[in-house]
Design a protein around this ligand. Structure first.
Ligand SMILES: Cc1cc2nc3c(=O)[nH]c(=O)nc-3n(C[C@H](O)[C@H](O)[C@H](O)COP(=O)(O)OP(=O)(O)OC[C@H]3O[C@@H](n4cnc5c(N)ncnc54)[C@H](O)[C@@H]3O)c2cc1C
Length: 494
């Protein structure tokens, strides 16, 4: 009973593979693409090196805790640098704002924008820290198998402190009213894939992650984390098979017996599906073994998709930091065009990562490496004319805000959106970040880590607990490995 097949080599699959191999399981990872990392892959073209997906390294403690399971540390694999400023926000009329790494300077910044807000920030952050410690220390590692995991004296006592019943939107407005501060503090919530009105106030823990724990960058880019996990996994005996696209899970007597790719039938005692949950359920399993119906999936709130431009520019661009948020448009209108009336945005907010500001290895000397991302609703029709239109929009806005010509200096350009997410990852509706962390899709209300119909089939990744993001995906793999170990010992996970 020790042969495990992990489907997918994203963070969740890599994390599960490492944890299970450490416990003596014989683990094989089947990956459809030719390199590991899933949404966090890397590509090199024309002298530029691009991280394809994640660019924000937040919650360094989560990565440290993961490596500690193996008596290792992050520094055994990659070097981290704390960014200062953490990021730049662009508002209308050149009212830019740099968010410093140092908390004392952040207080000063708040006070300069809204009198009395430094003290309010202290109070807000004190609660955010408590939520972070409780949320990330305990809650987030729960398997979400039932509501009972959360109904105990500790949770009931802390429900009030954790603000489980109030929205983030309301919570924030109890402290601040200045529009810039509201936007600065709302931005981390956008990572969770839901509006502030739909997100529990518990998630002000993200503000603690942002303003206190800081924004970091692994030397040579985010993909270094993937390479670290692959190296660790291989040292534990995990075998990686690339270009192995799983199309069927063969089930006999309610047990998965084989995982089938175009090349081979892979025998398995246990299967961990870390590829997009919806695809595995609805495409790889016979209908009688699917835990969720089509209408269940249709009724889920998916996190956004993204329209991305990877750009190589043959000149340096003053005025950009490593991370740049273009909030020079209406945040409410853009979020409503993602969640409430899904459509291509009229006037989008966007994000620009210029890794070349920190890392000389990502482009030729004197050039700039830009990653431009517009969050957009999943399920939209994505075509060349739409991609061209938004390219013009973001380039014009960036050139205006920075007062410099950029388009004429672009010597490499690649665009990536819904169709690419579907082709590369079988992403449901072309989602980028999985399932949104809305109140009704939190913890035990998410698709479960255990199949309801196939006894040895487990799920990991950003469509199950704890949710989207690199740290949660890393945690997801650990949760599923813990569950498998407990199931093998016939214990209940609490
Ligand atoms: C553009 C973008 C920007 C992001 N920015 C950030 C950020 O700054 N910070 C942050 O923390 N998070 C960020 N995220 C989110 C984070 O990257 C993801 O939550 C995380 O990487 C998901 O990991 P995963 O293991 O769940 O899924 P994936 O990374 O998608 O891994 C699933 C794997 O399964 C494989 N697969 C799919 N189907 C099959 C099949 N049939 N057979 C075999 N293999 C299959 C896929 O190829 C893939 O490798 C970003 C995501 C995107 C897309």
């Amino acid at each position: 009973m020790n042969k495990v097949v992990v489907i997918g080599s994203g963070f969740s699959g890599l994390s599960a593979a490492c944890c299970l191999a450490q416990q003596g399981y014989q683990v094989t990872v089947l990956e459809k693409n030719h390199t590991p990392g899933g949404r966090a892959r890397r590509f090199k073209e024309a002298g530029y090196t691009f991280d394809m997906g994640p660019s924000w390294y937040w919650m360094p403690d989560v990565f440290e805790r993961f490596f500690k399971r193996f008596d290792l540390s992050v520094t055994d694999y990659y070097q981290l640098k704390r960014l200062d400023p953490s990021y730049r926000m662009f508002f209308n009329q050149h009212q830019n704002l740099d968010v410093p790494a140092d908390y004392t300077q952040i207080r000063q910044l708040f006070e300069s924008i809204e009198t009395g807000s430094a003290v309010k920030l202290d109070k807000f952050m004190k609660q955010a820290e408590l939520k972070y410690q409780m949320g990330m220390g305990n809650f987030v590692y729960k398997p979400g198998n039932s509501a009972m995991e959360f109904i105990n004296l500790e949770t009931i006592r802390s429900a009030y402190q954790l603000d489980l019943f109030q929205s983030f939107h309301q919570h924030l407005r109890r402290f601040f009213s200045n529009p810039k501060l509201l936007q600065l503090l709302t931005f981390p919530i956008l990572f969770l894939g839901a509006t502030a009105k739909n997100t529990p106030a518990l998630y002000s823990l993200m503000n603690f992650a942002d303003l206190k724990l800081g924004t970091w960058y692994p030397k040579n880019g985010m993909h270094e984390i993937v390479l670290a996990l692959v190296k660790l996994a291989e040292s534990l005996g995990v075998s990686f098979k690339y270009r192995q696209e799983v199309h069927t899970i063969d089930v006999k007597s309610s047990r998965a017996s084989k995982v089938i790719t175009q090349d081979k039938h892979w025998n398995a005692d246990l299967v961990v599906a870390s590829a997009d949950y919806h695809f595995i359920e609805s495409e790889c399993l016979p209908i009688e073994y699917q835990s969720y119906t089509d209408s269940y999936w249709e009724s889920r709130t998916m996190a956004p998709s993204s329209l991305i431009y990877y750009l190589g520019v043959r000149k340096r661009i003053d005025g950009l930091q490593h991370h740049n948020l273009f909030f020079d448009a209406d945040l409410n209108q853009h979020t409503s065009e993602i969640y409430e009336t899904p459509k291509w945005p009229s006037n989008p907010l966007f994000y620009v990562s210029a890794t070349s500001k920190t890392d000389a290895t990502v482009c030729p000397t004197g050039h700039e490496n830009l990653f431009v991302l517009i969050p957009v609703a999943p399920g939209l029709e994505d075509n060349e004319s739409v991609r061209e239109h938004y390219f013009d929009v973001v380039m014009k806005r960036m050139e205006r805000a920075l007062g410099t010509e950029i388009t004429a200096f672009i010597d490499y350009r690649r665009c990536y959106a819904h169709q690419d997410f579907i082709k590369d990852y079988h992403a449901f509706k072309g989602n980028a970040y999985g399932l949104a962390n809305t109140t009704m899709q939190t913890a035990f209300l998410k698709p479960g880590i255990k199949s309801k119909k196939v006894s040895n089939l487990y799920y990991a990744g950003q469509l199950t607990v704890p949710g989207p993001g690199v740290p949660p995906s890393l945690i997801s793999g650990q949760i599923v490995a813990n569950q498998i170990l407990k199931d093998a010992r016939h214990e209940t996970v609490v």
